[in-house]
Design a protein around this ligand. Sequence first.
Ligand SMILES: Nc1ncnc2c1ncn2[C@@H]1O[C@H](COP(=O)(O)OP(=O)(O)OP(=O)(O)O)[C@@H](O)[C@H]1O
Length: 453
Amino acid sequence: MARHLSRGCSSLASSLLANQFATGGVAVLLTGAALAATRTAARAALELALRRCVVRAELDSRDDSYRWVVAWLAAHPSAREARHVTVCTSLRRVGHTPIDADADADEERLLLVPAGTSLLSHAGKWLLVRREEDAERKEREGLSLQLLLGSREQMAALLREAREAYAARARERTRVYFADEYGGWACVASVARRPLDSVVLSPAGAAAAVRDDCARFLARRAWYGARGIPYRRGYLLHGPPGTGKTSLVGALAGELQLPIYSLSLASGRLTDDTLAEALAAAAPRCLLLLEDVDAAFGGREGAGGARLTFSGLLNAIDGVAAQEGRLLFMSTNHLDRLDAALVRPGRVDVRVHLGLCSREQAAAYARRFYDDAAPEHIDAIADAAGEGVVSVADLQGVLMQIPENPERAPAAVAAMVAELGRKPPSDDGNLQEAEEAMGGQDRSKPVVDAPTS
Ligand SMILES: Nc1ncnc2c1ncn2[C@@H]1O[C@H](COP(=O)(O)OP(=O)(O)OP(=O)(O)O)[C@@H](O)[C@H]1O
């Protein structure tokens, strides 16, 4: 039986060998298989070699690093030769991401950022750059950097270079982020730094005193840690509209070179959850501004009927992760509506009252406004403004109408004061009473409480 089988096989083999079509087919099959195996092996070897020779970094447009790298790419010499670019102009954005930290809002600026895939030469290496829109969320973009024959250290150095170039430009400017309704932040502006002395307060050194307090806090992380004191500092800015609360925060951010993360509690869009998320998501070193904090006391409805509650506000402020190392500024026009729990030490360490103009403040503001006005015109403007009648914003509004004519300003200011006198008293009427009830200052006293540390 076995002999029959082996004889059958050998006769089949010899007849196949005798058949040139059959031998050709087998040869083709074997060659194909060998080629496929070689291709797979070559691909695996190439992938392995690439993995060993290529350092790859993936960036997401929601992360700050993306902004640095896109700005770096736009400025890169070999990117200037790119023939496929994304053009950014007045919005200074790629997708929804503002990238150009040093452009003025009114400056027509063309920024050409390589789009799609491009190969750049950088520091003696080849850098493959791939920018792709997120297929699902069009506003997002992915950026992949592949450094050929490079090392991790070289990739880290490249990213550091991008960050430092961005930071150097940003030092001259203040980035402003606003919270969205989901508890995330969007960088909405990058503005020229506002000098601290452009905010005219009474007494004259008040803005500098707050700046010094902030700087002291920022330098004392270890001091807080050694004493087990939570590393946080809260400031309450209160006073009528147009007295410089927002301006002071802007100028402090410029001086301290910190970004501003701002959210208004009066927007009605925030809930307890989104507020907590937003505070947790803000940058670790920033100036966090909660505007209109009195709004939390009305229990306003947020999206879907959810509310921002007073306890939600306190929890968000006290959340450890949300607060360590940040400067928290809260502002209100209605000190009388705040609960004492919100402004207790630990939540609010420094209270600053920004009141209606004192006579000296009006004179100081007029002097800044009209660089070379005669002293008698400045005196006459201050006399017309009076004591505690107009806000600096009111004064600014009138002077803006006659920017070249200080001699006409006293009459214009007097007319505004007469006009204000005919209006019913503002909501701020019972402010002094509230300040006294909360152990704060009355308007005749210095505006800044002595910092406690
Ligand atoms: N103390 C001030 N020094 C210099 N400019 C001021 C001052 N107060 C107000 N201004 C000017 O008035 C305008 C409004 O000021 P700002 O927004 O800072 O007031 P605010 O107190 O925050 O007002 P609100 O309570 O309505 O938010 C700005 O253009 C600002 O430059």
